[in-house]
Design a protein. Structure first.
Length: 279
């Protein structure tokens, strides 16, 4: 597919995600005059004809941690007196831990105990459900799933346990239109809008300033990340909590809050994780 596209005379070839990146960079080396856009990289190669974007996962994690901590200490219907929250993370890697490094940071600051599980799979809903149920049985009342297809089991566990969840990447409540019992567990989702990054890249190309040969981290300030503010979020989450989450987002945008990044400071990860797990 890449070779066909490269031979077809397109101004820009767009691709992304970890499983496709090796092929993208191989094609870019074979066709040095062709421009490429890697819209969501986990690793990249410095090639003069590739512009690659990644996202400030630490900003996303900070908002998810803020919301989780506020929910577990609130008077919301399914929140118990124990200040415990959970995250199900697809694998124990630096990239995936970057989702939850700042989650742990803010939870520790707010005195919330974090439970962390790694199913080591993105395609095992049964394992996701098993690990989520174990957390709920320990007193956790909200779990952020960052585990792809494995995370689908987290929503099933929450429905069984009558607890809360937070989705990832897109408005996950929309994916359960035929399963309201699962959708109703999701207080919101932390979205990542690769489309906004694509618009940026195309506008730069049209304007004659395409940043080939560079990488860029995009986040809240560029509108590529945030909290899904759908009707369910507005109905389920009290206004005061939503206001505090919005305040945190504004402080992240302005730089008043600097979220911890596992990728930027891997040497601090074990310390921050330990502090969060102690609560």
């Amino acid at each position: 597919y890449f070779m066909d596209a490269c031979e077809s005379g397109y101004d820009l070839i767009v691709s992304g995600y970890a499983d496709v990146e090796p092929t993208l960079y191989s094609a870019a080396k074979m066709y040095p005059d062709q421009l490429f856009f890697n819209f969501d990289y986990s690793t990249h190669e410095d090639l003069d004809n590739v512009f690659a974007v990644t996202y400030s996962l630490s900003e996303l994690g900070y908002l998810a941690g803020t919301l989780s901590s506020l929910v577990t200490t609130s008077g919301m219907e399914k929140a118990n007196p124990e200040n415990k929250v959970g995250v199900i993370v697809g694998e124990d890697s630096e990239y995936m831990n970057d989702f939850i490094g700042s989650y742990c940071q803010v939870c520790a600051e707010m005195g919330t105990q974090v439970y962390i599980s790694y199913p080591n799979s993105f395609e095992d809903p049964a394992k996701g459900k098993e690990q989520a149920l174990a957390m709920y049985n320990e007193g956790v009342d909200i779990i952020w799933q960052v585990a792809g297809g494995t995370g689908l089991g987290v929503f099933e566990a929450a429905a069984d346990a009558d607890k809360y969840t937070i989705g990832v990447d897109a408005d996950q409540a929309k994916s359960f239109t035929g399963q309201p019992q699962l959708a109703q567990t999701i207080v919101t989702s932390m979205f990542k809008d690769c489309g906004a990054a694509l618009v940026y890249a195309v506008e730069e190309l049209i304007g004659g300033s395409y940043p080939a040969g560079t990488t860029k981290t995009m986040g809240l300030a560029e509108g590529t990340l945030g909290v899904v503010e759908n009707d369910q979020y507005l109905e389920m989450v009290p206004e005061e909590i939503r206001k505090q989450v919005n305040d945190a987002a504004e402080k992240l945008k302005s730089g008043e809050i600097v979220p911890y990044s596992v990728v930027a400071e891997p040497e601090r990860w074990e310390e921050i994780k330990a502090a969060a797990m102690k609560g």
